[in-house]
Design a protein around this ligand. Structure first.
Ligand SMILES: Nc1nc(SCCc2ccccc2)c2[nH]cnc2n1
Length: 158
């Protein structure tokens, strides 16, 4: 019997078309560069959680969020499916700060450190970078270094 853990992932783009990535300093995905995100708390909507996590993890306040994709991650022999709602913001305020969770850094698209990111990221990131269409991805992991099964398709997100 599988259960779903609803998570958010927000990518920040600046006017120079760079992407803000954070080096995860602890917890799930520690040591990997990623967007900003985490759990959805009771009583908050998914976009509210995405905006909160962004501010908590790098100090920026998103003025709006655009849904770019939905990713389901399953891990062999683990009943919890990670349902990751992926957003982008291009309009935000505040200044980028290092936090306990993340060391942020702006990356030119050609320099995105895929070899220091989750194994699935090079597969779906290009859909995000080319500006759509919205995507649905499913990845079945064995441990953290092997993808046994994957699916990626365009979709219309609610
Ligand atoms: N890019 C990416 N992100 C995640 S988890 C993102 C959501 C999250 C969860 C917990 C703490 C912070 C952020 C992944 N999982 C499996 N592949 C993956 N790729």
């Amino acid at each position: 019997m599988t259960t779903r853990k609803v998570l958010t992932l927000t990518l920040v783009r600046n006017i120079a078309d760079e992407v803000l990535m954070g080096l995860k300093k602890r917890g799930f995905g520690e040591g990997k560069w990623n967007g900003f995100g985490g759990k959805v708390e009771p009583g908050e909507t998914i976009p509210q959680a995405a905006a909160r996590e962004l501010t908590e993890e790098c100090g920026l306040r998103a003025h709006y969020l655009t849904k770019v994709g939905l990713l389901d991650f399953e891990f062999l022999n683990d009943p919890v499916i990670h349902e990751v709602h992926v957003f982008e913001t291009r309009e935000y305020s505040g200044t980028v700060v290092e936090t306990e969770e993340m060391s942020p850094k702006w990356y030119k698209i050609e320099d995105i450190p895929f070899n220091e990111m989750w194994l699935d990221d090079p597969i779906w990131f290009p859909w995000y970078l080319k500006g759509g269409p919205q995507f649905y991805g499913y990845f079945l992991y064995k441990g953290f270094d092997t993808i046994l099964k994957q699916e990626l398709k365009s979709t219309d997100l609610p």
